[in-house]
Design a binder for this molecule. Structure first.
Ligand code: PHE
Length: 380
């Protein structure tokens, strides 16, 4: 009888310990920060990025999370602008104690975020920031904890220049540039270099600022210079204004741009006749693209995923695959896993070079009044 009582007490105590302690049985959580421009000049970039990342997280959680941990997204609005981006990065690193960041979209926001993440040994994968300075410092040294899922602008500028010369038949180009935007400034320079090296002539380069709304002075110079192509490597909000005003002035010169044109809010009527380089086309028949498109449209009421959504989905899957391969929530192990990974994504196969940049193909798209059409794929 005595031993029975003792046994009962042992059983009850053991039960209570298990119930209260919870250490072994309660599911653990792993936070993944998503820093995206949900407000500010380019909100479609932020919404698509958030939606792509959340789809990937939902799919992993449905399969049991990663290493037995449930994934918890921490979404912050970093506004495509340095100061809000720094605040968002400090918040998720210091307050939420995240070890992993997906974001930002815009290079000028990703660069300051990378300084904070790298110093804290937090892994950052930017899905879409294409300026070289996101992953390397001023001395060309790779930031150990910073990666991206997209190609970089020296390649994007070269693809644009070659397309201008070989497909548009351009011999002369006029370049419009916002000197305060790292992405625009860098891409303009890489285009000018590649266009000139391929035998073309730059007949004018004119600067504006991101808050300008009247481009008539620059457009008057374009009308005088009569270039074969105008290179405008900015985001859709500026493209909409400048191309609308060019149409009103009767300028028929084709405009060419970069990935920043990719938005459901690109004004098709204004931008018709233009071309842009991009990371992906939703019409690509590869099964990776079509499976992703189907899942995304099912979750988001039929909304078609653009390159931002595809790359955020890839960046998140890449991060989670590396955590799984590393076998632990340990950013030193995860960065080593990323450096060794071969990842087959929606936007192509990703392996990293020494600067933590994937080597990937680019897609060229043509804008028509009816929509954006696939034009060509260019391999590195
Ligand atoms: N590449 C741009 C940048 O670095 C961001 C961007 C990517 C915008 C893809 C649209 C589509 O700032």
């Amino acid at each position: 009888m005595k031993s029975f009582k003792l046994l009962s007490i042992v059983v009850i105590v053991a039960f209570l310990l298990a119930a209260c302690g919870g250490g072994a049985t309660a599911p653990k959580e792993l936070k993944i920060a998503v820093l995206a421009p949900l407000s500010g000049p380019v909100p479609t970039f932020g919404e698509m990025t958030r939606d792509g990342a959340l789809l990937a997280i939902e799919e992993w959680n449905a399969k049991g999370g990663v290493l037995g941990m449930t994934l918890v997204p921490v979404v912050e609005d970093s506004q495509c602008t340095p100061d809000p981006a720094v605040n968002a990065a400090n918040k998720v690193v210091n307050q939420d104690k995240v070890h992993y960041i997906i974001g930002e979209v815009c290079s000028k926001a990703s660069i300051p975020i990378s300084e904070i993440a790298n110093a804290a040994k937090v892994i950052q994968i930017s899905p879409t920031s294409t300026n070289p300075s996101v992953t390397v410092d001023g001395n060309g040294i790779t930031k150990p904890y910073i990666f991206r899922a997209c190609f970089i602008d020296p390649f994007q500028g070269l693809v644009g220049a070659k397309f201008a010369i070989e497909k548009i038949g351009a011999k002369t180009a006029f370049v419009m540039v916002d000197q305060a935007n790292d992405y625009v400034k860098g891409l303009a320079e890489f285009f000018e270099k590649a266009f000139t090296e391929a035998g073309g002539t730059i007949v004018g380069t004119e600067s504006y600022t991101g808050s300008d709304t009247d481009f008539s002075a620059i457009l008057a110079k374009i009308a005088d210079a009569k270039p074969d192509v105008v290179y405008l490597p900015d985001y859709y909000n500026i493209v909409n204004l400048a191309m609308q005003q060019a149409k009103e002035k009767g300028i028929t010169t084709p405009f060419l741009g970069g990935d920043g044109w990719d938005s459901a809010d690109l004004n098709l009527a204004a931008a018709a006749g233009g071309y842009f380089t991009n990371h992906y086309s939703p019409d690509d028949p590869r099964p990776e693209v079509q499976d992703f498109r189907k899942a995304f449209e099912a979750k988001y009421n039929g909304k078609t995923p653009d390159a931002l959504a595809a790359l955020a989905y890839d960046a998140t899957n890449l991060m989670l695959s590396a955590i799984k391969a590393a076998g632990a929530d340990d950013t030193d192990k995860v960065k080593a896993a990323l450096e060794a990974i071969t990842f087959n994504g929606v936007s192509g196969t990703i392996t990293f070079d020494a600067s933590h940049n994937p080597v990937k193909s680019a897609t060229i798209l043509k804008v028509t009044a009816e929509g954006v059409k696939f034009e060509a794929v260019v391999n590195p």
